[in-house]
Design a protein around this ligand. Sequence first.
Ligand code: PEP
Ligand code: MG
Length: 383
Amino acid sequence: MIFAVERTQERLAFAVGELTGASGRDVLTVPEGTPIVIDGSTGEIHVDPQPAVVDDYRRRAADLAERRTRELALAGEPATTLDGTRILVAANLGSLADARAARAGGADEAGLVRTEFLFLGRSEAPGVEEQEQEYVAIGEALGGRRVTLRSLDVGGDKPLPYLPVVREDNPFLGLRGLRLALARPALLHDQLVAVCRAARRTPTSLMFPMVSTAAELRAARAALDAAAGPSGVPGDLRVGMMVEVPAAALKIESFLPLLDFVSIGTNDLTQYALAAERGNPAVAGLADALDPAVLQLIDRVCQASRGRVDVAVCGEVAADTAAVALLVGLGVRELSVGPHAVPRVKERVRALDLEQCQVVAKQALSLESADEVREFAHAALGC
Ligand code: PEP
Ligand code: MG
């Protein structure tokens, strides 16, 4: 981005903060009218850059645009590694508009629909019909491709006005995700009825967030059976869980008999594994999903699931160039990323050799830090 500092300073400070993980407020000291360059991939900011720096960024922006055109041209094609292993590249959605963008970007399916979008910013929960219509509309916008609906993932960190929760000192460790849904059975029931109805009209998967114990998953499955009614759970409805809690990764065998698939939520898995709150700029450097501890948890899930259930990753790291190779090497066979990233991730997959990824991923598990993992992957795979 190349722009002059104008009256948008407050917004810019926020944007810089988002990009750099810092507060971004230093930008408020930059005089109005000063040209700046923000490197969107590193978060670096150049204040009043030399003409050579601006030229360099203009050239890089043109190269990126050219690459994007190439990637988009192939976006509708499957992503297969050099040796012929198919990797599904799916999209994470938070609205119907996202579904349209995902279709345009060539997503193979929706790997995560954050259904919270239907529940936030209103004074009462959406009814069963409204939910069913929205879920089916997402499937239609995706041209009938599979839609993975995540059951409501709210709690102390994402409160709903019509769902009063007790104040918690540590909301990320409190009543959130499936824990909250099980504590509000009527809300969960309505959602599961809507999911079952949608599944009878469009290919649908359902997954539960923030699962810590097999007992929670059994309770969720019982709620699904009750919501399905006498005709039973639709045969084509695939049921999965998100692996976001390190304990769930370590106990993965106890969940597998209850599942058709698992999807690893590395955003939460990383914050819990490293005890580094996501979104807290003071510990942003610690919360890196390529930390070998997180990779070991992913490896644990992939090893146990091999030949039994499919493993996806739907956290942000699935769109990280180095991570794509490592995750595929560990055994992940679906990467679910922001709609815009789908063409780029597909192109990345097409350049991979599976055996080489396996060797590199295995070695990465015993490194010391995320930085070491990145350097190692860069040296070994050029990413
Ligand atoms: C995750 O935790 O990785 C995830 C995909 O879920 P969310 O970011 O919505 O918590
Ligand atoms: Mg999560």
